[in-house]
Design a protein. Structure first.
Length: 555
């Protein structure tokens, strides 16, 4: 009875504390006036200026993902994506036996798979659907893989080796000019070179039981699989072992400087583009050699099988070339920096070496001007709209419940285009994340496009047409800080497409200037683009970009 009574008292006390805590949290949003029913819930729209900003050439080395192929956009023209990577030794190799003979040299790079559409079968080939592939299905291209002659440094010698080396999206000619002359994927199978396509056929693996000798075949996710020239690797790899070229990675990376992947059009095919798992790529060299043993004075020679694995885990660079002739002419003719005064009616977001949108909240009119204590002083570079929220005429403070930016897609412009699944809004002035982004911890996901679900930026589709309609961001904390902290700066915001919403690092632009110095790295990785409506007065009211704030106003 005593224990039971004590339990009830403790439980009652905890309940009171919990309710008080909940009430405190609720009041922070709605205010302590809610209980007296003397409040008014309002929605108000505010002006937003958005204008285009091209990035120019961007830093594109050591990205998490790299495109490969040719992508044609009805708005942004044609983009060709080549790739260069260093190779690293899975294990050091210091010696080779007599009479080495290469059985096979196979390059493999896995593809991403759309698990929602893939059908896994037992005992027979599975039907896989490739993910992150853009353009006509099975469009052929000419693919050439070369040994790279360009040494990719870790540290930049300019400035006394104090910074990491940067490589840029426009350096394709540098790597192309330094490639070795021999094409490594010279198989008679044209699907591996002159008529290459991204094949979704399941990877077939056959194993044999060492006891029963029964063979079992399994089917896994598809991958790029190229047979490389055995004679070339006999000379460059096997014959170099005894001279110490494979003794460690520092020596090896200077000796064999990597691979250069080059794509070109094949006939009239437009080609297509994919985001392969290059970081999981490898070259597997299977060979055999003599093993000489002496037992009891008897010398015996046997053939043994050996394997050398070269991984694609060194320095890398995406090499991008844009061709704006034809469909991309209008985009190419856009100014480097758009109309920063009145805003642009359309906002063009393009990944890679592309463009972003600069967003300025509230109007630019400032006729009043307040001190931080609410005293009228004249113009102060703060918009009247923001001043009115900070210092309401009736003296009653507005409590912000939610603040949203909703971007409407130009459906006509994007009618035949591939729509990015995710876009990213950030602090453009300081090249850093916004407070609402940092506060959203819903990023514990394996899918790089599905984190930060509260913050937003997901593509919202029409249920009937399955085409994109809007992207929405919740910037409630950003607006609260602007209103409540009178010294807060109304920074410019940047808007880009992104390949990874959880990645917030920045990459340099090659020709930094007063308009732009960096871009989000997630945008450099993404090959797509989209067209959104801006906040210009010429845009139809129902499509116009606005800041929508829901707030509690005391009566």
């Amino acid at each position: 009875m005593i224990n039971n009574s004590l339990f009830k008292k403790v439980f009652l006390g905890l309940t009171v504390i919990f309710m008080a805590s909940c009430d405190k949290d609720f009041n922070e949003i709605g205010g302590d006036l809610l209980g007296d029913n003397n409040f008014e819930l309002n929605k108000q729209s505010f002006s937003v200026t958005g204008y285009n900003q091209k990035t120019g050439v961007v830093q594109s080395n050591n990205l998490d993902l790299n495109p490969l192929g040719i992508y044609n956009s009805s708005i942004f023209g044609e983009t060709t994506a080549n790739y260069n990577t260093q190779l690293t030794l899975a294990e050091a190799v210091t010696s080779v036996g007599a009479n080495p003979f290469i059985e096979s040299v196979v390059l493999t790079v896995p593809y991403f798979v759309d698990n929602s559409q893939t059908k896994i079968k037992s005992g027979s080939p599975s039907t896989f659907v490739l993910d992150s592939i853009y353009g006509p299905e099975k469009a052929i291209m000419k693919l050439s893989v070369y040994e790279s002659g360009f040494f990719m440094r870790d540290i930049d010698p300019v400035g006394g080796f104090q910074q990491l080396q940067r490589y840029y999206s426009d350096q394709n000619s540098d790597f192309d000019n330094f490639k070795k002359p021999n094409r490594l994927n010279d198989s008679s199978d044209k699907a591996q070179n002159d008529e290459f396509f991204f094949n979704a056929t399941a990877k077939e693996t056959t194993t044999k039981d060492t006891v029963t000798k029964v063979e079992t075949t399994t089917y896994g996710p598809p991958e790029m699989q190229l047979n490389l020239n055995k004679s070339y690797f006999k000379t460059r790899i096997i014959d170099a072992i005894n001279s110490g070229k494979l003794a460690n990675n520092d020596v090896f990376k200077n000796y064999f400087r990597g691979l250069y992947f080059k794509v070109e059009k094949a006939g009239t095919s437009p080609g297509n583009l994919i985001m392969p798992k290059f970081k999981e790529g490898k070259i597997t060299i299977k060979y055999n050699e003599d093993l000489v043993t002496t037992v009891g004075g008897v010398t015996k020679t046997t053939r043994v099988k050996k394997v050398i694995q070269l991984n694609m885990t060194g320095n890398t660079v995406s090499l991008l070339s844009n061709n704006f002739s034809g469909s991309g002419a209008a985009y190419e003719n856009l100014p480097f920096t758009g109309n920063s005064a009145a805003g642009d009616d359309r906002l063009y977001l393009k990944g890679g070496e592309g463009s972003l949108a600069v967003i300025e909240l509230f109007d630019k009119t400032d006729l009043k001007g307040y001190t931080s204590k609410g005293v009228l002083t004249g113009p102060n570079n703060i918009s009247d709209q923001l001043d009115d929220l900070r210092f309401p005429a009736d003296g009653k403070k507005r409590l912000v419940n939610e603040a949203n930016l909703v971007f409407h897609i130009d459906a006509a412009a994007m009618a035949s285009g591939v729509e990015p699944q995710r876009i990213y809004l950030y602090d453009f002035t300081n090249n850093r994340v916004m407070v609402d982004y940092a506060a959203d911890d819903t990023d514990k996901t394996l899918d790089a496009k599905k984190g930060k679900v509260i913050y937003g930026g997901q593509l919202v589709k029409n249920a009937t047409t399955k085409r994109g309609v809007t992207y929405k961001f919740r910037i409630t904390n950003q607006i609260r800080n602007l209103i409540n902290n009178k010294d807060s700066t109304n920074v410019k915001l940047g808007l880009v497409v992104t390949e990874d919403i959880n990645k917030s690092t920045s990459s340099k632009v090659k020709l930094a200037n007063s308009f732009i110095r960096e871009v989000p790295t997630g945008s450099v990785m993404n090959p797509l683009g989209t067209v959104l409506y801006g906040g210009n007065s010429s845009v139809p009211a129902d499509k116009r970009l606005k800041l929508e704030i829901y707030f509690t106003k005391p009566n």
